[in-house]
Design a protein around this ligand. Structure first.
Ligand SMILES: Cc1ncc(COP(=O)(O)O)c(C=O)c1O
Length: 282
């Protein structure tokens, strides 16, 4: 959406990488797409497919072609380590509510030199170094983007979620969720076969704990309603990813996802509820 909005404003050219049949980014024409590009914008992990994108390779290709890399890290940030230096990305953004924090606040990070070169886009208290009758000088660093009284309670809440996740350990979270995901994918395949089709990589390598699926002959909202009766909360719908739905000829999927608090018993209930919804509707 931001790139379409920018296109309306300054007439930029927006191009797209395609997704291949294995639910991964098709990088075969990456260099061609990057010719003349200023920015490569990509999600760290797909909120629909669970695919973890090869950020380092994408950053190398982008930099080689003179483009910067912006990562939507909303789905990655709470599920494992995220090292901006090792990945060599230029911008990351994520919302606090995707990492067990409050709504209405998020993080935008970029390199120091880019930060200093970017003009502020909002005016207000706290974002200036100096104001005169002939103009103003913006504050340096992140402060220039934090105009007005900040969401203080939300910042304290976000801090608490950072401390909580750090105490659990990001490596531990990644390992825990990878085990749950591998187990759930294997059991979905073994217990439901073709009745349930997983829309996402079957391999657990470079794949996070988001499992989208469709149940043959049953609408995702009907599946979700039955799962809800078992106390299983899933997200049915197009997941704000309509072009991706179209790519796979789907209107919607059901999405189950794991977090640090999920247990193997949760998968048992999910599968039990799923079997019930197949019995009721299929
Ligand atoms: C990858 C990704 N980016 C962005 C968002 C939206 O974040 P926000 O609700 O802060 O706009 C979501 C989820 O809603 C998401 O999964």
């Amino acid at each position: 959406m931001p790139w379409f909005q920018l296109r309306d404003e300054i007439d930029i050219d927006v191009r797209f990488l395609r997704v291949d049949d294995e639910y991964r980014l098709d990088l075969s024409n990456l260099d061609e797409l990057l010719k003349g590009a200023k920015l490569l914008s990509v999600t760290g992990m797909s909120n629909v497919l669970g695919t973890i994108n090869p950020l380092r390779a994408l950053a190398d290709a982008a930099h080689h072609n003179g483009a910067l890399v912006a990562v939507d890290a909303a789905q990655s940030i709470a599920h494992g380590p995220f090292d901006v230096q090792a990945l060599d990305v230029d911008f990351i953004a994520f919302s606090a509510h995707k990492m067990l924090g409050p709504t209405g606040i998020g993080i935008f990070w970029t390199r120091e030199e880019i930060l200093q070169a970017m003009p502020p886009f909002l005016g207000g208290g706290g974002m200036i170094a100096d104001v005169r009758l002939d103009g103003y000088t913006p504050a340096s660093g992140p402060t220039r983007f934090e105009a007005g009284t900040p969401p203080i309670a939300e910042a304290a809440g976000l801090n608490a979620s950072v401390l909580y996740l750090q105490a659990l350990g990001m490596d531990n979270i990644a390992k825990h969720e990878a085990e749950l995901t591998a187990d759930a994918l294997a059991r979905l395949d073994a217990e439901f076969g073709d009745v349930v089709r997983v829309i996402g990589p079957s391999s657990t390598i470079d794949r996070g704990g988001v499992i989208s699926f469709v149940v043959q002959g049953v609408h995702p909202h009907d599946v979700a309603q039955v799962l809800d009766q078992f106390g299983v909360c899933v997200r049915p719908g197009h997941h704000c990813a309509k072009p991706l739905m179209k790519r796979f000829d789907l209107a919607a999927t059901v999405r189950a996802s794991f977090g640090p608090y999920s247990l193997a018993e949760d998968t048992n209930v999910l599968l039990e509820a799923l079997a019930h919804s197949v019995k009721v509707f299929a």
